[in-house]
Design a protein around this ligand. Structure first.
Ligand SMILES: *[C@@H]1O[C@H](CO)[C@@H](O)[C@H](O)[C@H]1NC(C)=O
Ligand SMILES: *[C@@H]1O[C@H](CO)[C@@H](O)[C@H](O)[C@H]1NC(C)=O
Ligand SMILES: *[C@@H]1O[C@H](CO)[C@@H](O)[C@H](O)[C@H]1NC(C)=O
Ligand SMILES: *[C@@H]1O[C@H](CO)[C@@H](O)[C@H](O)[C@H]1NC(C)=O
Ligand SMILES: *[C@@H]1O[C@H](CO)[C@@H](O)[C@H](O)[C@H]1NC(C)=O
Ligand SMILES: *[C@@H]1O[C@H](CO)[C@@H](O)[C@H](O)[C@H]1NC(C)=O
Ligand SMILES: *[C@@H]1O[C@H](CO)[C@@H](O)[C@H](O)[C@H]1NC(C)=O
Ligand SMILES: *[C@@H]1O[C@H](CO)[C@@H](O)[C@H](O)[C@H]1NC(C)=O
Ligand SMILES: *[C@@H]1O[C@H](CO)[C@@H](O)[C@H](O)[C@H]1NC(C)=O
Ligand SMILES: *[C@@H]1O[C@H](CO)[C@@H](O)[C@H](O)[C@H]1NC(C)=O
Ligand SMILES: *[C@@H]1O[C@H](CO)[C@@H](O)[C@H](O)[C@H]1NC(C)=O
Ligand SMILES: *[C@@H]1O[C@H](CO)[C@@H](O)[C@H](O)[C@H]1NC(C)=O
Length: 649
């Protein structure tokens, strides 16, 4: 009320001198204005923040005043302005503060004076010190009787927690994630038991999930992931009847998934992946859930038959468990992502019984023992982006209906027992960027329309029984980075290849003949070239020694002739089994001209690849050149790793 006492006369004054007022005066009490001006000096001294002291502090960036009337400062945000900590005591003089955001700065400690002074501000509801560098043990929060939201996440706080938060009677949301706390999960989190959100992820908490935590009956969010917790989940967890999100992932928790979880009507997300949970999945668990992740545990038994059925369920991940039996045959229309890979599931893929799943985007059933054929009805899951059926025992021919998956980006059906020809319909999948059909028994020829897959980056057809010649059209696949056609029955000459090929070109173990074509010279980024086990003839073209990024060249078991040129030392080279090929190093062997030190061969490489540089500069850069290539290879490998991790493959 004091604040309004101050502001009322000012308001009258302003009615008369309206213009002057709006520029120079605010309705703030003078003590707050003075404090704000001191604060602006202390803060602006070492940040880029501009607070114009000639303007009303209520208009300063990051400052909000109370409504109605702007009669006091209510919120200050100094997020990401990197002030020194000198200003902290000043802040606490603004006794009307409701919200104080100090996140994203460089604070290294919370001074005692800050705790005592700001702790005395009864109306302070939110304190955000997230993303600073505060280390050491936790201070005890005395006062702060109105504090509802406390965010200390992403700091370096350590030690164990006992009674430091006990006095926070209004506390609703506590975030301690991404610190270095250890000891047991704290259970004294505000005497009034008002806590609703508790985030403790990524610390070193150990021991079990304490039963006392379940006394906070208003909890809606509990995140205990990425700690060192062990033991079972308390059965009483089912008493948390307002729980919406429960995350227990990446701990050492064990025992069964408690059945009582299925009684929490509000629970929409439960994640417990990467623990040691065992036993059967309780039935009814998905009755209310939208998202469930139980992957990377030791769950056994079969998947409850009603598990995929509830219409609320959108994403389900049970991969990397020990589940057996067959897939339940009824799947909710609302399912977006279904992952059952790396279990021991058998039986058929039951899709034929219920047709299109319009919302399904990710279907991952790889590394199981599924049998039968790929169901044609899968082709009506029009929004499917990722289909991974690899590593099963699927047989029969690929259904032409798969050509209807117009959104499909990744198709992995390798390592099955698929037969018949590659349906040309597959070449309609314009969004594909990975197509892996390797290690099946597909026959017939590679359709020439494959080149219409203009976004395809990885094409793997190796280990099949494909015959005929490699289509000439393949040269126009401008996005292709990896082409694996090894282990088939392909005949004819090697046609022109897409120039962007980088990861590998593998044509090994086929029946290819003719020379190694001149056109391969254009593949200037290629790292692996495998032409072994064919019937290639003629001499080794000299450009092979100049392919700067090549680190593996395999030409063994062909009918090549002539002299093996000298290669750069980092190249893995194999040309065994070409009886007319002569090893130049053996024939003119001399200790001074070993391939590793030959200045001639090194210079050849340079003059080609650094032709824009002066010869002498190029030779001065000799070492840098080698390093450059090694980095180049590392980058592209890294790229593939990223690509694969993006897709969880
Ligand atoms: C500004 O910073 C300098 C160096 O950090 C310090 O010596 C000076 O007292 C500061 N001035 C104010 C007004 O805080
Ligand atoms: C309060 O201050 C803000 C920022 O200067 C201004 O936009 C708003 O109009 C003021 N409100 C009142 C009621 O004076
Ligand atoms: C604290 O600030 C961070 C970063 O600015 C933000 O992401 C977070 O939501 C804030 N916490 C609370 C409780 O508002
Ligand atoms: C900390 O947790 C609270 C409550 O869940 C949340 O509102 C806040 O955004 C989190 N802070 C950060 C930095 O994510
Ligand atoms: C729990 O929430 C309800 C409804 O918001 C509220 O009335 C009650 O006071 C809360 N319980 C505690 C212990 O804060
Ligand atoms: C915490 O997160 C970091 C970075 O994300 C990760 O390296 C670390 O393993 C996590 N800690 C735990 C205990 O999981
Ligand atoms: C977590 O527990 C494991 C064994 O249970 C132990 O090896 C590891 O050091 C612990 N990590 C931390 C950060 O306490
Ligand atoms: C699955 O669907 C079939 C046919 O629509 C139906 O007969 C069966 O009762 C369903 N199963 C469950 C568990 O709902
Ligand atoms: C296949 O699944 C088993 C468990 O069933 C797992 O141990 C193995 O690592 C998985 N293999 C791959 C390649 O993911
Ligand atoms: C490949 O096809 C040939 C001839 O059509 C056949 O004899 C052979 O068994 C097939 N191999 C495989 C692995 O399917
Ligand atoms: C492909 O294999 C099937 C049997 O799996 C056979 O009927 C068909 O004739 C074969 N096609 C070719 C072109 O070899
Ligand atoms: C050529 O002979 C030398 C010396 O015997 C040997 O070290 C080298 O590996 C051979 N090169 C090839 C490509 O076989």
């Amino acid at each position: 009320m004091n604040r309004y006492g101050h502001s009322t006369p000012l308001l009258h004054f302003c009615l008369f001198f309206f213009l002057l007022c709006s520029v120079v005066f605010s309705e703030l009490p003078t003590n707050q204005k003075t404090t704000m001006i001191s604060l602006s000096k202390a803060i602006m001294n070492n940040t880029a923040l501009i607070w114009d002291v000639n303007k009303d502090p209520c208009s300063w960036k990051g400052v909000k005043c109370s409504t109605p009337g702007n009669s006091s400062i209510a919120e200050i945000s100094l997020s990401g302005v990197f002030p020194s900590s000198d200003f902290l005591p000043l802040l606490c003089q603004i006794d009307s503060l409701v919200s104080l955001d100090l996140s994203n700065n460089d604070l290294t400690s919370i001074p005692d004076k800050f705790i005592t002074d700001c702790g005395a501000i009864g109306g302070l509801q939110l304190l955000n010190i997230s993303r600073n560098s505060v280390g050491g043990p936790l201070p005890t929060f005395h006062g702060f009787v109105g504090l509802k939201f406390l965010d200390l996440s992403f700091n370096s706080l350590s030690g164990s927690i006992s009674l430091q938060f006990e006095g926070l009677v209004a506390l609703k949301s506590l975030n301690l994630s991404f610190n270095r706390f250890n000891g047991l999960i704290p259970t004294n989190l505000g005497k009034a038991m008002a806590l609703e959100q508790l985030q403790l992820s990524n610390n070193s908490f150990e021991g079990g999930i304490p039963d006392q935590l379940i006394d906070y009956l208003n909890l809606t969010l509990v995140d205990l992931s990425q700690n060192n917790l062990s033991g079972p989940v308390p059965v009483r967890i089912g008493d948390l009847s307002k729980l919406e999100v429960l995350i227990l992932s990446t701990n050492y928790l064990s025992g069964k998934i408690p059945e009582t979880l299925s009684s929490i009507k509000s629970l929409s997300r439960f994640a417990a992946h990467q623990n040691n949970f065992e036993g059967r999945i309780p039935s009814g668990l998905t009755k209310f859930l939208k998202k469930l992740d139980l992957s990377y545990n030791k769950l056994t038994g079969s998947i409850p038959s009603d598990m995929f059925l509830p219409s609320n369920l959108q994403t389900l991940d049970l991969s990397y468990n020990l589940l057996t039996g067959s897939m339940p045959s009824n799947i909710s229309q609302s399912m977006v992502r279904l992952r059952l890979g790396s279990n021991s599931l058998d039986g058929t893929i039951p899709f034929a019984t219920f047709g299109a799943l319009e919302n399904l985007m990710y279907l991952e059933l790889e590394n199981n023992s599924l049998t039968g054929s790929v169901p044609p009805d899968l082709g009506s899951c029009r929004n499917l982006m990722l289909l991974n059926l690899a590593g099963n025992k699927l047989n029969g021919a690929l259904p032409v209906q798969l050509g209807g998956l117009s959104q499909l980006q990744v198709m992995k059906i390798q390592s099955n027992k698929l037969v018949g020809e590659i349906p040309v319909e597959i070449t309609r999948l314009q969004r594909l960027w990975i197509l892996d059909m390797s290690w099946n028994s597909l026959n017939g020829s590679i359709p020439s329309t494959i080149s219409s897959l203009q976004g395809l980056m990885i094409l793997n057809l190796q280990g099949n029984n494909l015959s005929g010649s490699i289509p000439e059209t393949i040269v126009s696949m401008d996005s292709l980075l990896e082409l694996q056609l090894g282990g088939n029955q392909l005949i004819g000459k090697i046609p022109g290849m897409p120039v962007k090929l980088q990861i590998a070109l593998n044509l090994s173990s086929n029946l290819l003949e003719g020379p190694i074509p001149e056109s391969l010279k254009l593949l200037t980024g290629l790292e692996v070239l495998d032409l072994s086990n064919n019937k290639l003839s003629g001499e080794m073209p000299p450009y092979l020694t100049q392919m700067a990024t090549l680190r593996k060249l395999l030409l063994s078991n062909n009918q090549l002739s002539g002299i093996i040129p000298e290669f750069n030392p980092w190249l893995t080279f194999d040309a065994k089994g070409n009886k007319d090929l002569i090893n130049a190093t053996t024939s003119k062997a001399s200790p001074n001209t070993s391939p590793n030190t030959s200045p001639k061969s090194a210079q050849k490489g340079k003059s080609l690849n650094l032709s824009f540089l002066d010869e002498s500069v190029a030779s001065a850069l000799g070492i840098g050149y080698v390093v450059g290539i090694v980095i180049g290879i590392a980058i592209s490998r890294n790229w593939v790793v990223q690509l694969k991790s993006k897709l969880n493959i």
